[in-house]
Design a protein around this ligand. Structure first.
Ligand code: ASP
Length: 318
């Protein structure tokens, strides 16, 4: 087993074997989570702080459940009511928290790079729960676990990531991970929602859903990130759905056994037809949520092992 990082800030620094290590351990937690008694004690005695500066439903709940199942003392900071609103800088908040000796800090922030900055200032292991348009590593890992379980492998697959690529940290982390594991990644969306020079990442770019989905094993849909748009990127939601919304007709161009994914929250009738989202033969959206808890348990378990190794080396462990 290899995973030698202090933090989980992105997919970019991970080696393929480290990705496999996380996914293999997560499989064990999938089994545990399906038992009536779901407790493991690997984070017992450790303090986990969740700091979400952006709205979150599934990611925050998932990290909280993951920490509690592993025995950590979990604290959710109410960021809306925090000192940040009173003008405190992120660094001062970080130093204040650091003085309370947390072991794991999970942070989501609207600014790309904010999580890396936090990691430089605190002693805790930091997990990125999404920073701006940059990375959302646990989302890409849970997507990878879902794909590996559904397809029996995580290499030589054709994966079409569709929609608002430009504003999506989910797309970014996924295309890095899928590329590292030697898959063929296609990005499908209107040119206005495609980052410039994205081909440099070794992906193929399409602005037509039928061509982009042709022969795909996996179809990953993305939400239109309106909160990150500062102008007119699409003519109208109706027009967008017509051209890029996933419906049965467009999905028919993918392989017959292609799976449909969405990180949530989903806008039915904008990027995806509700009937497809609910089709248990094609959609794995609920499985993605289940895998999320297991992957976060695995990531926190591995980071805690490394924290313990450091403490032992420094002679501070009792
Ligand atoms: N939940 C994902 C994220 O935080 C995707 C989304 O919001 O559309 O990036």
């Amino acid at each position: 087993m290899t995973f030698r990082h202090r933090h989980l800030l992105g997919i970019e620094p991970l080696h393929p074997e480290e990705i496999t290590t996380i996914l293999d351990l997560a499989e064990k937690y999938v089994d545990l989570n399906r038992q009536p008694m779901k407790h493991a004690r690997v984070l017992e005695g450790l303090t986990q702080i969740n700091m979400f500066f952006e709205a979150s439903t599934r990611t925050q709940a998932s990290f909280e459940i993951a920490g509690k199942r592993l025995g950590a003392d979990v604290m959710n900071m109410a960021m809306q009511a925090s000192s940040i609103k009173k003008g405190e800088t992120l660094i001062d908040t970080a130093l204040t928290l650091n003085a309370m000796h947390p072991d794991l800090i999970v942070m989501r922030h609207p600014n790309s790079g904010a999580v890396n900055l936090l990691a430089e200032k605190v002693n805790a292991a930091v997990l990125n729960a999404g920073d701006g348009k940059h990375e959302h590593p646990t989302q890409a890992l849970l997507d990878a676990l879902t794909i590996r379980r559904e397809k029996g492998r995580l290499h030589r697959l054709t994966v079409a990531i569709c929609g608002d690529i430009a504003h999506s940290r989910v797309a970014r982390s996924n295309l890095i991970l899928l590329g590292k594991m030697e898959n063929r990644v296609r990005l499908v969306g209107p040119p206005t929602l495609m980052p410039s020079k994205i081909e440099d990442f070794g992906v193929e770019v399409f602005d037509d859903m039928r061509a982009g989905l042709e022969g795909a094993d996996v179809v990953m849909m993305l939400r239109l990130q309106k909160e990150r748009m500062d102008g007119g990127f699409i003519p109208s939601e109706r027009e967008y759905y017509h051209r890029f919304g996933l419906d049965a007709e467009k999905l028919s161009f993918a392989k017959d056994d292609a799976i449909v994914m969405h990180p949530g929250p989903m806008n039915r009738g904008v990027e995806i037809d509700g009937v497809i989202a609910d089709d248990i033969n094609r959609s794995v959206i609920q499985e993605q949520v289940e895998m999320g808890v297991a992957v976060r348990m695995a990531a926190m378990d591995l980071l805690a092992r490394n924290l313990r190794d450091v403490a032992r080396r420094d002679g501070v462990m009792v």
